[in-house]
Design a protein around this ligand. Structure first.
Ligand code: UT7
Length: 326
């Protein structure tokens, strides 16, 4: 028998304010159109955080829902890992603020920076903590307030992102060490700094204050996304002796509908097996996969035993995939 990290519960949080595409031009004076944004990205609207909301406050809300759905009390949490590119401040880590908001005074908490791949990286770290016996219950959160790092005069980027948070609770369980086990089967993480300048924030962190702005060479990132995501999904399946036919659900990073459709096609999955939220959430970076998971799991779509593929690419460049059996 080996120790596996089981997904015990998923939660999400979205700010109340919704901004549909057509308000970007009307209210913010951005030279764009609903037609352009829908055709190029599939995005129809995004949620925008209220002034008092931060990565930690939204992350805590998502974590509360994940714990509630798991039927686990906050006192059982050994570690909190919060993936974010928009922490409340440089330190304390926003993860420690989440710990405090949930009333957790033991264990440890830290932030993880891997841009849009942050949640997949955080799953990898949590999996390692659980497999090595350093923790039995880990809260993995992705929470982002990208509205504060967008250059609202750059129509090539500001229409693409939104705010939100998602969380999963991982708990230690046992498995036979085969791909039939429940829980995280494996994570596959990559980065290559040669591409650091095609997607970056040109200043320091601080979702509750002054910070740098996001810059992206969209077409170049798109090109990397299609090839690198396809390769890392193959790598994950091969590592577990699995094929496309074994995949029940694709829960991809939600950056662009065209990239998501290409990945679904690659896995030969029917459209209803690909979880899509980009139309309503836009790109919420590290929050996009846990938000999509929370939506699909909350609606009872993902069933016990289903094999789920998660994949993401983001600034760094970083990219990765995780395979989990629910
Ligand atoms: O989450 C991290 C990973 N990120 C991604 O995966 C994003 C990857 N990239 C993309 O999704 C796409 O490249 C974008 C959606 C960012 C852009 O789509 P595109 O088809 O690559 O468009 P483009 O940047 O090549 O721009 C095409 C045209 C340009 O006009 P010209 O030069 O052809 O006259 C842009 O100026 O569209 C124009 N444009 C816009 N027009 C209306 C750019 N942004 C807008 C806009 N509204 N918001």
């Amino acid at each position: 028998m080996i120790t596996r990290a089981l997904i015990a519960g998923c939660g999400g949080y979205l700010p109340e304010r919704v901004v549909p595409n057509d308000r970007l031009g009307a209210d913010l004076g951005i030279e764009t159109s609903d037609a352009w944004i829908v055709e190029r990205t599939g995005i129809r609207q995004r949620h925008i955080a209220a002034p008092q909301e931060t990565a930690s406050s939204m992350g805590a809300e998502a974590a509360r829902q994940a714990l509630e759905r798991a039927g686990i009390g906050a006192e059982a949490v050994d570690a909190v890992i919060l993936a974010t590119a928009t922490p409340d401040q440089a330190f304390p880590a926003s993860a420690v603020r989440v710990q405090q908001a949930l009333g957790i005074t033991r264990g440890f908490a830290f932030d993880l920076s891997a841009a849009c791949t942050g949640f997949v990286y955080a799953l990898g770290m949590a999996d390692a903590l659980i497999r090595t016996g350093q923790a039995r219950c880990v809260l993995v959160i992705g929470s982002e307030v990208f509205s504060r790092i967008l250059d609202w005069t750059d129509r090539g980027t500001c229409v693409l992102f939104g705010d939100g948070a998602g969380a999963v609770v991982l708990t230690a369980g046992e498995g036979g060490g085969t791909a039939a086990d429940r829980g995280l089967l494996s994570t596959h993480l990559h980065s290559d700094g040669r591409f650091g300048d095609i997607l970056l924030v040109d200043g320091g962190p601080g979702s509750n204050g002054q910070c740098g702005k996001l810059r992206m060479a969209g077409r170049e990132v798109f090109r990397h996304a299609v090839s690198k995501l396809a390769a890392v999904v193959d790598e994950a399946l091969e590592a577990n002796g699995l094929g496309h036919e074994d995949v029940r659900w694709l829960v991809p990073h939600q950056a662009n509908r065209r990239i998501i459709d290409a990945m679904g096609k690659k896995l030969k999955l029917p459209a209803e097996r690909v979880v899509v939220t980009v139309d309503r959430h836009a790109n919420t970076s590290a929050a996009s996969i846990p938000l999509a998971l929370a939506e699909a799991a909350g609606a009872g779509l993902i069933e016990r035993g289903d094999l789920v593929v998660m994949e993401a690419i983001g600034g760094g460049l970083t990219w990765g995939a995780a395979l989990a059996r629910f």
